[in-house]
Design a protein around this ligand. Sequence first.
Ligand SMILES: Nc1ncnc2c1ncn2[C@@H]1O[C@H](COP(=O)(O)OP(=O)(O)O)[C@@H](O)[C@H]1O
Ligand SMILES: [Mg+2]
Length: 240
Amino acid sequence: MINVKDLVKIYEGQVTVHALKGVSFKIEQGEFVTIMGPSGSGKSTLLHQLALLDKPTSGQILLDDIDVSKLSEHEKTAYRLKNLGYVFQEYALIPELNAIENTYLPLMLLGARRKEYTRASTELLEKVGLGNRVHHLISQLSGGEQQRVAIARALVNKSKTLFADEPCANLDTENKGIVLRLLRQLCNELGQTILMVTHELEQREFSDRVIWLRDGIIEKEEIISKEVRDSALREEYQVI
Ligand SMILES: Nc1ncnc2c1ncn2[C@@H]1O[C@H](COP(=O)(O)OP(=O)(O)O)[C@@H](O)[C@H]1O
Ligand SMILES: [Mg+2]
């Protein structure tokens, strides 16, 4: 469960930016929530705070009733590795490693056996349509292919919670459909909590609920009906 209370993030610099101006919401385990809003509305900032990649200026974040501000840096890193998956908007892949090595890294760091992490990573790369790119270096992959490696890496440790920052931004229609259906399937089968950022209207139809951000505050919330979700999940549905 994610419980956010009055979250504020101010970036201090030459210009002070009030990126989050007091955001509060709750997300239950197993919910798939989309964060929508125009560019600059604070979507990535919000995800960074929730995934313990940055420190909020004020406010509280509870992850499964743990007040994360009380964790040391070392505890945060351990918590992230074990419980959180993250698809970065800019991928953040390691260029010296190939697709499968990038994918299995979190599982390897968690101490899984080679056989186990190799199998899990191969399966995921196949699921995102990269079965024939497993041993390609990151520099040998297109933007869309790199994005799918980043998605596979975020999914490999079957974390309780997955954060995905515009995970379909560089994908074509077919791959958008594959990725969004995969996220929905993981949410249903593993009970994974998913927070996906997007600014493309149609993509929210795969989720349960939408939080709309504007200028660092929640503008409105929207519930997606089962009919809309089921219709989006049909194979024929084209996510443009
Ligand atoms: N590291 C940073 N330092 C200063 N300002 C930042 C930083 N990151 C984001 N911002 C600013 O905070 C606001 C929200 O940014 P961001 O969360 O990236 O928006 P979104 O993901 O919705 O496009 C923007 O005005 C952006 O310029
Ligand atoms: Mg962003």
